[in-house]
Write a protein that binds this ligand. Sequence first.
Ligand code: FPP
Length: 247
Amino acid sequence: MNSSSSPAGDTILDPAKLPRHVAIIMDGNGRWARQRLLNRIKGHEKGAETVRTIVRTSRELGIGILTLYAFSTENWQRPKTEIAALMELLNRFLISERSEMMENNIRLNAIGQIDRLPRAVRLTLQQTMDLTRDKDGMLLNLALSYGARDEITMMVQTLAQKAITGEIDAGDITPEVISEHLYTRHMPDPDLLIRTSGEMRISNFLLWQIAYTEIYITNTLWPDFGKEEYIRILLDFQQRERRFGKV
Ligand code: FPP
């Protein structure tokens, strides 16, 4: 499917003006659960269902790259039980979605400090990435134990080391060289960043990469987010004039 009707059915997404790369800060699982007097974990479980819907919709629409902020470096400070539940959920998701990723030509990639993840998750992740290695319909990029300051620090350390050993000249460090030393190397920067649940902040996500990204913040909590609203946001994106600092 290459075009889509809006919920009102009168506006059509222009396939030529789709964002190549959509990044999403999935926020509000805890509040969704609290509103229903449920345990926070129930919110994450419902949130995982939204992940499924949004991955499927992105693929149907023809989005090239979808990056989801699934676990931040700061999230390690949450209670142990919540971390364990999130890791278990992630593990289950990586297994249950494998066949659909294969069928729908989706390649899985992870960005972040993967070595901090529990061994079982690392193994499942690696297996799923290996299985989908040749898929080129869409790249699903999961940010796991990800923090942009950590990513930038790692990049500076690598470049400093290369300058010390003479592999590069300090003067040859350009924005392009920097981009190629981040987790997102070989990927275009996000065109659109969506954040759910209304918070007006970036929360250490893709700080370098979002220099010219269009931002859309919705009050909808992540578990309530769905295909219709996603398409409305994409329509809004298509109406924006992107000037990249020019007139
Ligand atoms: C933010 O909600 C969400 C997270 C910290 C984790 C995101 C995880 C999922 C959507 C589910 C599992 C992911 C995959 C890829 C299967 P919050 O807990 O910060 O919500 P709150 O701000 O309302 O407390």
